[in-house]
Design a protein around this ligand. Sequence first.
Ligand SMILES: Cc1cc2nc3c(=O)[nH]c(=O)nc-3n(C[C@H](O)[C@H](O)[C@H](O)COP(=O)(O)O)c2cc1C
Length: 196
Amino acid sequence: MTTSSRVDFPPPTEGTVPLEVTLRRRRSVREFAADPLTAAEIGQLLWAAQGVTTDRGGRTAPSAGALYPLELYAVTSKRAMRYLPGGHGAEITTERDLRHDLMIAALDQEAVGQAPLLVAVVAVPERTAAKYGDRAPRYADLEAGHAAQNLLLQAVALDLVAVPIGGFDDEAVGSILELPGGQAPRYLLAVGHPRT
Ligand SMILES: Cc1cc2nc3c(=O)[nH]c(=O)nc-3n(C[C@H](O)[C@H](O)[C@H](O)COP(=O)(O)O)c2cc1C
């Protein structure tokens, strides 16, 4: 359901594709069918990356000190939104399609402009800096990798295809997504249905 500022995703579900099959099938795919993803698919992908799985706030991906120094931004043809792991919803940040601007920021990579869904994995190292000091940026980057791989495997399990994009201008992506200070984009995960 979409309100003026928030999307609530359907509860995550459990599929039937074995983990080993998702590992074997995962491949970077850079061409997508035009079909949009459903809210259920988008929610499932975000949940795989950072969903809350315990009453105490534990998530699908491990986190140094359980301090969770990541934000996820989902970008579609209709809007951009920030994932809210606690409520399995998202806060809408703009009703504009940011994909073309992000493609330019990502060195004109067509996969970024074509994908019906982009998920920006964003590091917020200051969340862990009080505990881990200089190692905070390293831990945030490691956690971005955990979250990204979870999402890539979930995409396979949903019969979707994806590619992790690391080649982009950090400042430009941050500006397009209107990231607050201290938030640094680490990955753009381009996801869609396979082109037949
Ligand atoms: C850190 C990182 C950055 C990457 N950046 C890009 C990128 O900017 N553009 C792209 O098309 N693929 C990118 N990839 C995907 C790799 O090209 C891909 O993983 C590699 O060719 C191996 O293929 P596979 O993923 O199908 O196993 C990136 C992968 C990683 C791990």
